[in-house]
Design a protein around this ligand. Structure first.
Ligand SMILES: Cc1ncc(C[n+]2csc(CCOP(=O)(O)OP(=O)(O)O)c2C)c(N)n1
Ligand SMILES: [Mg+2]
Length: 574
């Protein structure tokens, strides 16, 4: 009999009763009750368990699963520095509004500050980043006055689970924003015992959810819809209903539809943008300088719509913060007026024209040539075909190739830095699911986040592959994420690494031209020449090097095995 185990089972089953499906855990002694309970509940098909060595990887994996499913995911750790390794994920989850529940095991409170082994101040470690934190006394077994109706335990696992799930889903806070939660769980010896038979409790007090009231958009204003990261398909729907141009970043979830303005950067710098009277903002735009500039204009009405993550609040008087927006019948009718049609038309036509100018592709082939009787023409064609296949890979071509290879049953994860921006500049509309950690745009945790996305999206047979487009330093930062232990599920993941030997995003900053070149390279670009091939081999991932378009397309469409890395050498600077 172990109160630690009984409480752990009660807590996990109550979390499951409220919608938890996934637990990610890391090994340790103090957390053994939670770990063994999770393993047994996984075996009984009550939850899905993923095990990782490194807490930072585990936490980002949980973040990826939570991003993909929209449901809270628990991360279990032991005490001490283990807990500190979760901080980057908790920060990202806070800013991007992703529900992650940290279950950190701890020694009993009276040992804090006494020099006891692996004992520190875990409560408060996540500061203002958590929606809720509870420092929970060690379970003491059946209490005289049981507070838990199922197992008669103290503390009350049911109440804790309810509080944690509500807070992580944003149901408890006034802002309605999902995010991270921390339950710090003290445990005393015996640290574990037999896992009791238990069923998932039935809930009878589910409160009905009420949609928040919508702000009715007045008709007639020259409007642009902006969809930043995490905006979701609502942004496209609103743009479509109102007949407004749609600026949708590549990870917005709204990059599709006839109103999409791919070349928005140059258009926002043009005469056309001067006529904008209103901007409706969904999600968190981070990929351009032009959008933030638009949002600080004080001659433009700004309507910021809540969409789960942190909302941008451009600091001027004319902005409105609303929970939802509605395009009423009057605005729909107004969108059919010639003036309104012309407004949208000008954006769409200008965007197309700009894209043609910027087209990174080689000139279109002479399609009639192969059937031509003219030998010279046929030879020219064959030469052009060969040149296209052998052409080295530029960043825009890399981004376009990965985008084209991705279909609705696949997932695409974009690392921070240059390649997500390249993708945002060139990729056309397509209804696919894209994830990126844009809450804080860290280059940490990308591999692990993607593996989480893959695990969650491939839980049924219909799941495709999760492709990850990332820079070399971004891969190396989360190299530990490549480690999938024996017996753990290997989802289909393909990492496409644009390798330019360091962080070349900084090459475009002013400091790159003003600083001493050697110092700049050493402290900002931070050059590296790691063998990605040997790294892949060490962790059991397959490896392909793609130096031409033909090799890249082949690698993207026929990955070798579930876990694959495609290395694409890129020029250091262009
Ligand atoms: C955790 C974290 N540390 C540092 C940074 C600052 N940073 C932004 S981009 C970058 C370099 C990324 O290099 P790479 O992944 O190779 O992409 P590239 O710019 O070369 O395409 C760094 C260090 C960050 N965003 N996140
Ligand atoms: Mg790089």
């Amino acid at each position: 009999m172990s109160p630690a185990t009984d409480f752990s089972v009660a807590l996990l089953t109550h979390l499951v009763a409220r919608g938890l499906r996934h637990v990610v855990l890391t090994p340790g002694s103090r957390s053994q009750a939670l770990a063994l309970a999770a393993a047994e509940l996984d075996r009984r098909g009550i939850l899905n368990l993923t095990v990782r060595l490194d807490e930072r990887s585990a936490a980002f994996t949980a973040l990826g699963i939570a991003r993909e499913t929209g449901l809270p995911v628990a991360v279990v750790t032991t005490s001490g520095t283990a807990v500190g390794n979760l901080l980057p994920t908790v920060m990202e989850a806070h800013h991007s509004g992703v529900p992650v529940i940290v279950l950190s095991a701890d020694r009993p409170a009276e040992l804090r500050g006494t020099g006891a082994n692996q004992t520190t101040w875990q409560p408060g470690i996540f500061g203002a980043f958590v929606r809720l934190e509870v420092d929970v006394d060690a379970p003491s077994g059946p209490a005289d006055e049981p507070v838990d109706e199922v197992l008669g335990l103290s503390p009350d696992a049911a109440a804790l689970a309810a509080q944690a799930m509500d807070a992580s889903l944003g149901l408890a806070g006034a802002d309605g924003m999902p995010g991270p939660v921390h339950l710090n769980l003290q445990f005393r010896e015996p640290l574990s015992g037999d896992v009791p038979e238990t069923a998932v409790p039935r809930l009878h007090d589910q409160a009905p959810s009420h949609p928040r009231p919508a702000h009715l958009l007045e008709p007639g204003l020259r409007t642009v819809v902006v969809a930043g990261d995490g905006a979701g398909a609502d942004a496209e729907e609103v743009a479509h209903a109102g007949g407004w141009p749609l600026i949708a970043e590549v990870s917005s979830g709204a990059r599709f539809g006839p109103n999409l303005i791919v070349a928005y950067r140059s258009l926002l710098g043009s005469e056309l943008a001067r006529h904008v009277e209103r901007v409706i903002v969904f999600g968190h735009p981070t990929l351009s300088r032009e959008v933030p500039a638009l949002l600080t204009r004080d001659d433009v009405q700004i309507v910021v719509v809540a969409s789960g993550g942190e909302r941008i609040t451009p600091g001027h008087e004319g902005r409105m913060l609303v929970d939802r927006v509605e395009v009423g019948p009057e605005a729909v009718a107004a969108s059919r007026e010639p003036d309104a049609r012309a407004w949208l038309g000008r954006w769409v036509v200008a965007s197309r024209a700009q894209l043609e100018l910027d087209d990174p592709e080689l000139p279109a082939p002479d399609v009639e040539a192969p059937r031509s009787g003219d030998l010279k023409r046929r030879r020219e064609y064959a030469k052009a075909e060969l040149a296209a296949a052998r052409a080295t890979i530029s960043r825009p071509i890399l981004a376009l190739s990965v985008w084209r290879a991705t279909w609705p049953h696949d997932r695409l994860v974009l690392g921070a830095s240059r390649l997500i921006r390249e993708a945002d500049k060139v990729v056309p509309g397509k209804k696919i699911t894209v994830h990126a950690n844009r809450g804080l745009a860290g280059i940490d945790g990308t591999v692990s986040t993607a593996i989480g996305v893959a695990l969650a999206s491939q839980s049924d047979a219909k799941g495709g592959i999760t492709r990850v487009l990332l820079g070399d330093l971004t891969l190396l930062h989360d190299v530990g994420g490549l480690l999938i232990g024996d017996g753990e599920t290997r989802p289909r993941v393909q990492l496409i690494v644009g390798n330019d030997g360091g962080g070349t995003i900084f090459d475009s900053l002013e400091v790159a031209f003003s600083a001493d070149p050697d110092a700049f390279a050493r402290v900002m670009r931070t050059p590296q020449s790691v063998s990605v091939e040997q790294l892949a081999a060490a962790y059991g991932w397959s490896y392909t090097r793609a130096t031409t378009r033909a090799e890249l397309d082949r690698a993207l469409t026929s990955p070798e095995g579930p876990l694959s890395i495609v290395e694409v050498p890129l020029a250091e600077i262009p």
